[in-house]
Design a binder for this molecule. Structure first.
Ligand code: H2U
Ligand code: ZN
Length: 350
């Protein structure tokens, strides 16, 4: 039966991710299906402030033989197993439009968020997280000054479930000559919208979300955290700056503080959802750093957490999702209600 009464909480439908131009399938009626599959172990273990075997703790030796300084706040170093290098031949290859390749230069950095091995972002103070934001900003500036570098992807993999190799609070920066795939897609989408409408895609989207309110989780003077209309992962969120700017160095010092504040509040809500140190991959999408201006680009961050129903039951992106279109059961609106209702006091501090 055909009709035009699509109920987003009831009928299968696809939603367009306006930032990357990809569709996501939403099947809200599927949330009740039985589960007899894998159960992930919740991350447990003792919490010690200093681990003599940790390669990120102050004073310890890394795989390279280098010794970390006795750092007090943040510490940044070039990844000892860097995926990208600066000193390689610059070349392109194309055989019959079939075998296509191109050299890619870059730098990979590791950023320790705190000297305290036992902490995670939600357990750090806003002041300490502000120092992390300051480090990301200073590093972006330093990388932007290098002629070979045109982009800096700043991200954190958290939890063994996300392939994180060490619980010591840390993130990475991969700085590259070329734009990564996701960044290229977002650049095209934001620029096309800007040309068509004469306004910024994320400014307009944020205004619409503020009007509707149903997908917003929390906000402060500088940022809003929401479940985007096109969220793929069950508890995926988007962090958007209220003011239109494009890169870390354009933030005011107040905005850097507000970014730290919203990071703490959002990650605390995440931990409180399943009473676990919530795993995720998160990262910032700032404009390219090639010296051009990007008026259509709006600074934002994505959180992609794998958990679905508990500290041990995760969402898999397999089958139809790998071969066809990513799919979700629980609707973004329902996820937003759950995240919005949670406390901003960390469950371990209660
Ligand atoms: P992840 O936990 O997100 O994988 O990041 C840790 C990074 O630290 C990883 O990329 C690097 C790994 O290459 N590393 C060093 O640079 N030095 C070491 O002594 C061990 C790990
Ligand atoms: Zn450590």
């Amino acid at each position: 039966m055909l009709n035009n009464k699509l109920a987003l909480q009831k009928h299968s439908h696809r939603r367009l991710n306006i930032l990357n131009g990809q569709w996501v399938l939403v099947a809200p009626h599927r949330t009740q299906r039985p589960w007899q599959g894998q159960v992930e172990k919740a991350a447990t273990g003792q919490r010690i402030e200093y681990d003599p075997d940790c390669y990120l703790c102050p004073g310890n030796k890394r795989a390279s033989g280098e010794v970390n300084p006795d750092y007090q706040h943040t510490y940044i170093f070039t990844n000892d197993f860097t995926a990208l290098l600066l000193d390689i031949p610059v070349d392109k290859l194309n055989q019959n439009d079939l075998l296509i390749a191109q050299s890619e230069r870059g730098i990979c950095r590791v950023v320790c968020f705190s000297p305290n091995h036992s902490l995670t972002l939600p357990e750090m103070t806003v002041e300490a997280i502000t120092k992390v934001v300051d480090t990301w900003t200073a590093e972006t500036l330093a990388l932007a000054a290098r002629p070979e570098i045109n982009y800096a992807t700043i991200f954190e993999n958290k939890g063994a479930m996300m392939g994180c190799s060490n619980p010591h609070p840390h993130g990475q920066i991969w700085a590259s000559e070329l734009l990564p795939n996701e960044v290229e897609h977002e650049k095209v989408q934001q620029e096309q919208y800007f040309q068509k409408k004469g306004s910024c895609l994320l400014c307009d989207y944020l205004n619409l979300e503020i009007q509707q309110g149903e997908r917003i989780i929390c906000e402060n003077e500088g940022f809003i955290a929401l479940v985007p209309f096109w969220a793929t992962w069950p508890f995926e969120t988007l962090l958007v700056s209220k003011r239109h700017f494009a890169t870390f160095p354009e933030m005011t010092s107040r905005e850097r503080f507000f970014l730290a504040d919203i990071l703490k509040r959002l990650t605390t809500r995440y931990d409180n959802l399943f009473y676990t140190s919530f795993p995720y991959s998160m990262g910032f999408h700032q404009a390219p750093l090639d010296g051009e201006s990007y008026p259509a680009w709006h600074f934002h961050a994505h959180f992609y957490p794998p958990l679905l129903r508990s500290a041990t039951i995760r969402k898999f992106m397999v089958g139809f999702e790998m071969l066809g279109t990513p799919q979700r059961d629980i609707s973004p609106e329902v996820s937003a209600v759950r995240l919005r209702e949670l406390s901003e006091k960390h469950y371990l501090s209660e």
